[in-house]
Design a protein. Sequence first.
Length: 121
Amino acid sequence: MIEVKNTGKPDERRDFPRGHLDVLDLTGLTFGVATFDPGWRWSQSLGPLVGTESCQTHHNGYALQGSLHVRMDDGEEAEIHPGDVFVIPPGHDAWVVGDEQFLAFDFAGGAAEYGKATQGG
């Protein structure tokens, strides 16, 4: 069975401080379009909502716009820029760098629970 959905018509929109996630559910894939405004930081925008010190969601993604800095719980750091494909394991904080909105696609299930209260990511 072929499934086609459009990012302009998500199945769900999850709003949180300084950002949102549009979610499209397809068989075998939860696809997310993440939009984080300048000043967004996971530990401030989502940490209080989900109740963990760091994001516990695994992300496979592609950055479309803006820049995001990621710091793992073990201290490893990286910066994500437009055109970058990324894998971020659980146990991280992240924040928007600069004055441009960060926009990314999240593949392979990271979006399934992201931004929901008490789920860890």
